[in-house]
Design a protein around this ligand. Structure first.
Ligand code: PLP
Length: 461
């Protein structure tokens, strides 16, 4: 494709590297330039309107523009546009936000460590797990277990933790200490007749087998998202976290809950940990923490971890870790205001109420010939496309059915996330019931278009 000289498309292609994008295709295809946002809707540079049903990257919890948050950022920049947390320095917004997070924490937590992204939060939590075991005299506990298909970020350690082979390929990753166990995709992976509870028991056995094979006294921590987001909005089956936690307790392995997507009401409770009965040693959080209006993330550490951190300061004279922008006053002030908004609009009650609408509006599409399964909780939902839903027979991967539905949805003004043939929905938490119905209708039209094409190609049952 030749671009009009100096057009925004030409400038983009000539200057930017896009993440999670086929860079070669991008040279030909060019960008979709989003110029404006309003509530759950975004508008491109040709004026086309879309409902973004994954809140950008599962993060724009309050939608895509806010006068109120803009004012907070403006005032904070005028008053104190930057200060750090190094060498005993502090700033008020960071202190107030840390206090708020400790009040909200899903289990009692002792302190908050700030960073700027979900990846950095998980990186920090990995370092803190190592720091903890060093502090208590067990430095050999250096391996970290996560799950296949998990996504925990893109920094070298966080992507090693992630269980997505496509994100390791070509980078020489994952690093050796990172091990991966089964992921609990009940619909796709259960044996005929196997109940959710039995499947969960099998997942816990697989974890225990891995722990024993590696040697329990070499394992530092287990990381898990309450609902696996980028893996495809995969819900834990009944009894899963109960059994997994029993195994972790048996071998005294730390549990880090990655709440980067689930935190702040996504699952219908403030934290995914509350929805699924998880009692973590650390929690990592980002995205909806600041409604994605500012880059900020937090690690909440329990008393057990904090006590070890203090002991390490006695030993080394310093907590030798940090980021220039950690606890940035502008990001913290915005995140604090976001937390005020959540309290004012009763974000948890809202997510429960609107979650029920989402589950029913998209759940209805289970009857559609392309849809095999629909599963969700609160305002997150995964929809599996299958050639035969009952028989759990997938489409031939070469048909790219998921990508086709994504493209068709876009033509109907709906932005969705696709993971293989799984469609993922996590709209802004401020979405209205009528907008959810609109999402359902736009999606149905997209599914109908693709079903018709597949029918013509003889690719349906
Ligand atoms: C569960 C989870 N953890 C961590 C991350 C990484 O966050 P960031 O992109 O802010 O580094 C993501 C990003 O999507 C995520 O979904």
């Amino acid at each position: 494709m030749t671009y009009i000289p100096n057009s925004i498309e030409a400038r983009d292609v000539a200057s930017l590297v896009h993440m999670q994008t086929n860079l070669r295709t991008h040279q030909r295809q060019g960008p979709d330039v989003i110029v404006r946002g309003e509530g759950c809707r975004v508008f491109d540079d040709s004026g086309r309107e879309y409902i973004d049903a994954t809140a950008g990257l599962w993060c724009a919890s309050l939608g895509f523009g806010s006068e109120r948050l803009a004012k907070v950022a403006y005032e904070q920049m005028r008053n104190l546009g930057y200060y750090h947390l190094y060498r005993h320095r502090s700033n008020e917004p960071a202190i107030a936000l840390a206090e708020t997070l400790l009040e909200l924490a899903p289990v009692p937590m002792a302190r908050v460590v700030f960073q700027c992204s979900g990846s950095e939060a998980n990186d920090t939590a990995i370092k803190l797990a190592w720091y903890y075991w060093n502090a208590v005299g067990k430095p050999q506990r250096s391996k970290i277990i996560a799950r296949r298909m998990a996504y925990h970020g893109s920094t070298c350690a966080a992507v090693s933790l992630s269980g997505k082979p496509d994100m390791h390929a070509g980078f020489g990753l994952p690093f050796a200490p990172f091990k991966h166990t089964e992921f609990p995709h009940y619909y796709r992976r259960h044996e005929p007749g196997e109940t959710q509870e039995e499947f969960s028991a099998r997942m816990a056995e697989a974890l225990e087998t891995l722990i024993q094979a590696e040697g329990a006294d070499t394992i530092a921590a287990f990381f898990a998202e309450p609902v696996m987001g980028a893996g495809g909005a995969i819900l834990p089956p009944r009894g899963y976290f109960e059994r997994i936690q029993a195994v972790l307790r048996k071998y005294d392995i730390l549990f880090v809950a990655d709440e980067v997507i689930c935190g702040f009401a996504r699952t219908g409770e403030m934290w995914g940990c509350q929805t699924f009965g998880i009692r973590p040693d650390m929690v990592t959080s980002a995205k909806a923490l600041s409604a994605a209006m500012q880059p900020i993330s937090a690690v909440l550490v329990s008393e057990r971890i904090h006590a070890a951190m203090l002991a390490q300061s006695d030993k080394f004279g310093n907590f030798a870790h940090g980021y220039t922008y950690a606890g940035h006053p502008v990001a913290a002030a915005v995140a604090l205001e976001v937390q005020k908004i959540y309290a004012e609009i009763d974000i948890v009650g809202r997510a429960k109420r609107l979650g029920a609408v989402l589950q029913s509006a998209l759940g209805r599409l289970k009857a559609h010939p392309l849809v095999g399964d629909v599963q969700g909780v609160g305002l997150i939902l995964g929809m599996e496309l299958m050639r035969d839903g009952e028989g759990r027979i997938p489409f031939d991967a070469a048909l790219n059915v998921g990508a086709r539905v994504e493209a068709a949805a876009k033509r109907h003004g709906l932005l969705i996330r696709v993971v293989g043939d799984r469609l993922v929905f996590a709209p802004p938490l401020v979405i209205e019931a009528a907008e959810i119905e609109d999402v359902g209708q736009r999606l149905e039209r997209a599914l109908d278009d693709v079903a018709q094409d597949l029918g013509c190609e003889g690719a349906l049952r």
